[in-house]
Write a new protein. Sequence first.
Length: 159
Amino acid sequence: MSRYGLISLSTIGIAILVTAALLAVHQVEAEAHCQVPCGVYDDAARIKHMKEDATTIAKAIANINDLAGKQDAHAFNQATRWVVTKEAHASDIISTVSEYFLTQKVKPVAPGSDGYEVYLKKLADHHAVMVAAMKTKQSADPATVATLDKAIDKLATHY
């Protein structure tokens, strides 16, 4: 094997050992969730995170409104950053509802079967959160966040 091949293997080996040592010493609780039905769910944590996202959206909207009408470059820059932040947190809520709750937690029930009406209610409550989050993207009205908060609270009753 060439000299450079040995150096590459040694470097990779050291990197693997260091990573393993760090993981062994510093264990971190994972907050992400896969799309495999692994059965590892933390619904309360997802709801809490959506509430935190909604709080951030409220703060962003307040700051956008405070900066509205100012003409200096700093105000324009800050307002832009708050809009981007608001969009990202609203997208996170939509993603959580669609990729976690709807795909992992809400099981379809056939029309006419027991539980079908409850299933429809769950779908409507999940949809309401996604629409409310979308409305916060489209507006800088604080009332949109109040609607979002209520929709998240209603969704939380299912979990």
